[in-house]
Design a protein around this ligand. Structure first.
Ligand SMILES: [Zn+2]
Length: 108
């Protein structure tokens, strides 16, 4: 961990772990401890406070590349999973959501 690192990163799981934790705590009243240091998309270990989930807030370029590629891949996987018993409109909307995030990470 580099204390002089001024950049904002993405967590390696792109916030899904936080969403899961929030869901658990609101559903079951559990309050799990948030890790103070997390693995970032660029491979560094960074303080959780130095990560963000909004593309516009992330300033670490390798993290932006990582997040853009990851969201693009999720969008493609959603569109390829048409055999699942999901509404095609829902799939399309979910894919569009990830494509939009990928675009926002890729710009700038
Ligand atoms: Zn980073």
């Amino acid at each position: 961990m580099d204390a002089s690192d001024p950049h904002i990163h993405v967590t390696v799981d792109l916030g899904t772990e936080t969403e899961t934790r929030n869901l658990l705590s609101s559903t079951f009243g559990l309050v799990a401890d948030r890790p103070s240091v997390v693995k970032a998309g660029c491979g560094r270990r960074v303080p959780f406070a130095m990560t963000a989930q909004q593309p516009e807030h992330v300033t670490c370029l390798p993290c932006r590349d990582y997040a853009a590629a990851r969201h693009q891949r999720v969008a493609e996987q959603l569109l390829e999973s048409r055999t699942l018993t999901l509404d095609p409109g829902d799939l399309r909307r979910a894919a569009d959501h990830h494509r939009d995030l990928a675009r926002r990470y890729a710009s700038d």
